[in-house]
Design a protein around this ligand. Sequence first.
Ligand code: SF4
Length: 290
Amino acid sequence: MFVSSGKELIEVCEKENLTIWEYTLREEVEKSGLDREKVIEKMRQNLNVMISSSTYAQENSVKSVSGLIGGDAVKLKEFAESGKTLTGQFMVKAMARAISSSEVNAAMGKIVACPTAGSCGILPAAILSAGEKLDKSEDELVKALFTAAGVGVIIARNATMAGAEGGCQAECGSAAAMASAAVVEMMGGTVEQSLDAAAIVIKNILGLVCDPVAGLVEVPCAKRNIAGTVSALTTADMVMCGVKSKIPFDEVVWAMYKVGRQLPPELRETALGGIAITPTGLRLKKEIFK
Ligand code: SF4
């Protein structure tokens, strides 16, 4: 049975000298009844879809079905290569990857919902960008996905990952937390450091509402995938230099869930609040559904 808290995860990994990815893979093998190679292969298939979704819209100007979003991944890719960026090629490339998956999703293309379709750009962008920079092999990227999955299981157990239940903090926040924890492990961080990264990411997005324009997973979702990716990557650096989370991961997840439940229904994916009911948000909705 998978551990039910970050505290337990730290304890079991310390006791058995395991990383998060090793523990998560072991538990998945036990739970699924599949052999280890099969479980790894299934995760490799996820990785391949992620590579494709985070690349496709950078090379092809993809428009969403509603026409609300599209074409921004191409712009970011070109800007990353221009030498004119403020945050550097690494970061802008990661941003391009993030929005590429979001654009592919909004165009009804194939993505990995990790943990949801709305937040599908964050994990691929963070893992692939970190992997490229750290010169990681495909096998190591697959391991990073197990790390992310392990952290995700604990968040899902103790809170929620649905915007309809907990706001965007639960969707993009969870995705960014999972991604940051995985990047920390890729960088050689400890289990405790990975969970510190996850905690810091969630704290920094705490309270974010779910307010999709016209009820479509496009605006503001796609750009929140960029923000989540940047947060995941910068937080990994923060943690790897020795910064810790004052509030433990488990308590942050608890707070995230409480905050989510305190959000009124208008701010939980109903498109009745936030950005969705701004004059422009309402005009766009009218144009889409006319
Ligand atoms: S705003 Fe809502 S629908 Fe959009 S990504 Fe966030 S949680 Fe998902």
